[in-house]
Design a protein around this ligand. Structure first.
Ligand code: ATP
Length: 299
């Protein structure tokens, strides 16, 4: 399988903090790669190194077949975590400016910008100054700036944060469309549902180290089918003493245990009425909590 991005033993420190610690990963060409991890685990630092905005202390990074900074620039699109567009420029001008930075001819940049503004419901804002747009609208404009040059590699740092459900859906559709066109998409997120839905490959880092890497199916298989969702007539109290790891979801309780689910069901039935019993794969959300549950924040 062809690789779009390859990291080999990459380490980056800020003073005493090891932000990224011996990280190796492969992003397959044409895949959507979901990058997850608690706050401060090193996602943004890694993405910035992939973009050659930051340099690793040690290790190797290869992007679209090249290790040099400039070589791949025009083939990459980037939505940074810290959003910021020139507030006094009009939306169309700002997009044409970004297109120019990526080597696009102004005519092409303008045509592409107008098409995306139309598609994402911003056509009537093209001649307004950026400062007149809401935060979510500005984020959409910045997303358009990242994809204007039809990048082969798109790097999106928390693209979903702060968007309403309609815009979330629009962004998701565009990401899938870019993938269909052959682009590779790397995105970081705290939204586990989006990571599950979109990612061909998921990578989780924790304290700068890789702790998960693979398809959702592979990751779930590693964590076994030891999650049971139940509803019992006595509520969560009826589970007392039967299982240690009970998470109250409200209408259902989620129980994690080692052993035979059928045995667990038999014990539950001895206690009363079982209204719901579902043996399931652990969600990415659960797996994340298991790994990072003791606090992802650094001291
Ligand atoms: P979040 O999910 O909160 O955005 P993240 O996974 O993107 O977090 P990074 O922003 O890469 O994490 O930060 C990793 C670690 O490096 C953190 O401990 C952070 O405090 C530290 N760090 C990041 N940038 C700098 C910097 N410029 N100077 C010093 N420390 C930094």
């Amino acid at each position: 399988m062809e690789t779009a991005v390859r990291l080999e033993g990459v380490t980056k420190t800020y003073g005493a903090v090891k932000a990224v610690d011996g990280l190796s990963l492969n992003v397959p060409k044409g895949a959507i790669f979901g990058f997850i991890g608690p706050n401060g685990s090193g996602k943004t630092t890694t993405l910035r190194m992939i973009l050659h905005i930051l340099y690793p202390d040690s290790g190797a990074i290869e992007v679209l077949g090249s290790t040099s900074r400039r070589a791949a620039n025009d083939r990459i699109g980037y939505l940074p975590e810290e959003r910021g567009l020139y507030r006094k420029m009009t939306v169309r001008r700002v997009l044409c400016y970004y297109g120019g930075l990526k080597g696009m001819r102004q005519r092409d940049a303008r045509a592409e910008a107008d098409a995306w503004l139309e598609r994402l419901g911003l056509a009537t804002w093209a001649d307004r100054k950026v400062e007149a747009l809401s935060k979510g609208m500005q984020q959409k404009v910045q997303f358009i700036a990242a994809i204007l040059n039809r990048p082969e590699l798109l790097v999106l740092d928390e693209p979903f944060s702060g968007l309403d459900p309609v815009n979330l859906e629009a962004l998701r559709e565009v990401m899938l469309e870019l993938k269909r066109r052959g682009a590779t998409v790397i995105f970081s997120t705290h939204d586990m549902t989006k990571a599950e839905e979109l990612s061909d490959t998921i990578c989780m880092i924790f304290r700068g180290r890789k702790v998960l890497d693979g398809t959702l199916g592979e990751i779930q298989a590693r964590y076994g089918t030891d999650t049971v969702r139940v509803k019992v007539s006595g509520g969560p109290g009826a589970l007392a003493g039967l299982a240690r790891n009970v998470r109250d979801l409200g209408q259902l309780q989620e129980v994690r245990f080692e052993g035979d689910p059928q045995e667990f069901l038999r014990k539950l039935l001895e206690r009363g009425r079982v209204e719901h019993f579902e043996v399931g794969k652990p969600s990415l959300h659960d797996i994340f909590l298991r790994i990072a549950g003791d606090g992802g924040d650094r001291p």
